[in-house]
Design a protein around this ligand. Sequence first.
Ligand code: FMN
Length: 192
Amino acid sequence: MIRIKILTGSVRPGRFNIQPATWIYEIAKKRTDMEVELLDLQEVNLPFLDESVPPSQRQYSKEHTKKWSKIIGEADGFIFVTPEYNHGVSPVLKNAVDYLFYEWHYKPVSFVSYGSLAGGSRAVEHWRGIAAEIKMYDLREQVMLPNYWENLDKNGKYQFNDAQEKSASAMLDALIFWAKKMKEARKELQKP
Ligand SMILES: Cc1cc2nc3c(=O)[nH]c(=O)nc-3n(C[C@H](O)[C@H](O)[C@H](O)COP(=O)(O)O)c2cc1C
């Protein structure tokens, strides 16, 4: 079974992030072609990178790094749910990514993003460059929520529409397709 992990990209009090993260998680959970887990970085609670040796050396000294390595290492693909901060990525998600190196290798990643008019797309463009460095395969298929605050109901709940559900479905199809292919490819690419 293909294992997909969804990572949240904000731990701010009152963050919007958890809404799209939960939404995509619920859609993914209904599918029979994957196992999905929601990794909320608020619960993962990693400190700022505190390893003295770069992750490419794989000499983890801290328990939280070893635990994070196992969680990410067992995944076949990812969804990053990302805000856009000052036209860039959020520090909490970047920090979680920077902890590791090989664990991300040869795995697909797709994005759910949100923000103002650009819908978080400028953050996603940064993520694509970062993904290349850690040998991930970033997928074109993504979901964007521009000006998300215009679609909140009076309780602050985002009203997702059919077009977004369709984009989510197309994104998950692509993610599963590549996660399967890359799982096979890793057998050749990742020599023990
Ligand atoms: C530090 C900071 C920088 C921001 N910069 C941008 C930005 O460059 N583009 C954008 O569309 N929204 C920006 N925003 C507004 C965010 O889209 C909005 O606050 C969103 O709710 C942040 O996601 P979160 O609530 O999940 O943390 C910024 C917000 C913060 C806190």
